[in-house]
Ligand binder design. Structure first.
Ligand code: AMP
Ligand code: ZN
Length: 443
């Protein structure tokens, strides 16, 4: 089944033909770590995790790199505010990010480079751009010279005046052209900085991804992903840097961008203040329900994040886990064709989910859902999930109550057995009597 993906470069769906079929290479821009990430930030992680799983089924070797930006003005500002060191702040928040993404069922990428570990490579890359006449130093800064690249702007397809306006550039005396962007900037004595040929300073954001992808995946690679908001300027500038430094016609062959996760019709973002962190959501909802909700819309479409959506996702998983409960099911060896076909068409996850709905065979159901990174736990575990800090009985108490109810039923004391059932129900625990005994779930 051939894989087709929408390439932002061509604005078309294209068959996926890897540069080297023996080794497929994927890079996705990760977060800037200074706080818990919000659920919008998790959308690319989950969408590209589905792609990673698919590529791993098809190709003998896949290398997936997802970076962590751990040097940035926002990080410096936050550290200055709280008195925490930058190292402590970024370690704490990067660890929380990785833990939260793992709980959302995202496989660990093959490499998760942190920008601060690659400053040497960034300086080398900037030097190369200077040597080739694509960059110039001025006042301790180094800038990329946009006019040095005749086809700059191919990815975002913006006309020049928009490129300039969109770059949100302050008029800086050291810029030769208003569209030029920063590769290196000087740091004040009190700010984090690294020695370089131009100044003690720090890298611009865009050069980080060119350096890390170049070091870990090579000068050209197959797929580069991220959210829609990264097309310009971030990805446009990554392309300008990597192509100009390495001298190839492409940086990545395919560029994939996820749409926004919205809340009440508005993009979720830190700056608008309308965000929910993954960390707090994971305390209130089962992780797989959050993940399923993220996959209910096609990755390029907007996705509205609502409570009802979460509840529906949970009900869907209740149904699927219900079909597996009490059986010991191994996933079918192959992902069912209906699911594989949907995913092969530019990761059509809503279609794949409806295909999973139609699977009645437990082994096929499990294999189909696993392709989406779902049904990754024992059914009993799923049904026992409880929000953090929830009142109500623990698992052991429930088991004791069920045993007492069994005893009452055996003694034909149905009043008592009903009382126990109703009491549990009032505490949010639902009992189901089946041929193999009584099972329970938290509602
Ligand atoms: P940032 O830390 O803002 O650079 O974001 C990390 C990743 O999350 C990038 O790929 C962004 O495009 C993506 N992202 C940020 N906000 C949203 C959102 N509301 N919906 C979907 N993706 C988002
Ligand atoms: Zn990037």
């Amino acid at each position: 089944m051939s894989l087709v993906i929408y390439n932002t470069l061509s604005r078309e769906k294209e068959p996926f033909v890897p540069i080297d079929p023996a080794h497929v290479r994927l890079y996705v821009c990760g977060p800037t770590v200074y706080d818990y990430v919000h659920i919008g930030n998790a959308r690319p992680v989950v969408a590209f995790d589905v792609l990673y799983r698919l590529l791993k089924r098809r190709y003998p070797r896949v290398t997936y790199v997802r970076n962590i930006t751990d040097i940035d003005d926002k990080i410096m500002a936050r550290a200055a505010e709280s008195g925490e060191t930058i190292e402590a702040l970024t370690k704490r928040t990067a660890d929380a990010y990785q833990g939260d993404m793992r709980r959302l069922g995202a496989l660990a990428p093959d490499a998760e480079p942190r920008a601060t570990e690659y400053v040497g490579q960034m300086i080398e890359l900037i030097q190369r751009l200077v040597d080739k006449g694509h960059a110039y130093a001025a006042d301790g800064h180094v800038l990329f010279s946009v006019p040095s690249m005749p086809d700059y702007g191919r990815l975002s397809r913006k006309p020049r005046d928009e490129l300039i306006a969109g770059a949100r550039v302050e008029v800086a005396p050291y810029k030769k052209d208003p569209a030029d962007f920063v590769l290196w900037k000087p740091s004040a004595d009190t700010q984090a900085g690294w020695p370089s040929p131009w100044s003690r300073g720090r890298p611009g954001w865009h050069i980080e991804c060119s350096a890390m992808s170049g070091a870990l995946l090579g000068e050209t690679f197959d797929i580069h992903g991220g959210g829609l908001d990264l097309i310009f300027p971030h990805h446009e500038n990554e392309i300008a840097q990597s192509r100009s430094a390495f001298g190839h016609a492409i940086m990545a062959k395919y560029w994939m961008h996820n749409g926004f996760l919205n809340i009440s019709g508005e993009k979720m973002s830190k700056s608008l203040g309308n965000f929910l962190t993954v960390h707090e959501l994971l305390e209130r909802y089962p992780a797989e329900a959050i993940r399923l909700l993220l996959l209910t819309a096609h990755y390029r479409q907007p996705l509205d994040f609502t409570q009802e959506g979460l509840q529906q996702a949970r009900a869907t998983l209740d149904r699927w886990y219900g079909l597996l409960r009490g059986k010991s099911v191994q996933p079918a060896e192959a992902v069912p064709q209906s699911v594989e076909e949907a995913l092969s068409d530019d990761l059509n996850t809503p279609l794949a989910i409806s295909a999973v709905h139609r699977l009645s065979d437990p082994a096929a159901l499990l294999a189909g859902a696993n392709a989406l990174g779902l049904l990754q736990q024992e059914p009993e575990h799923w049904f026992r999930w409880t929000p953090v800090g929830a009142a109500g009985p623990g698992d052991a108490e429930i088991e004791v109550a069920i045993a007492a109810r069994q005893a009452a039923r055996k003694a034909k004391d149905f009043k008592e057995s009903d009382r126990i059932r109703d009491e549990l129900k009032a505490q949010g625990v639902i009992l189901e009597d089946g041929p193999k005994g009584t099972t329970w779930k938290r509602g």
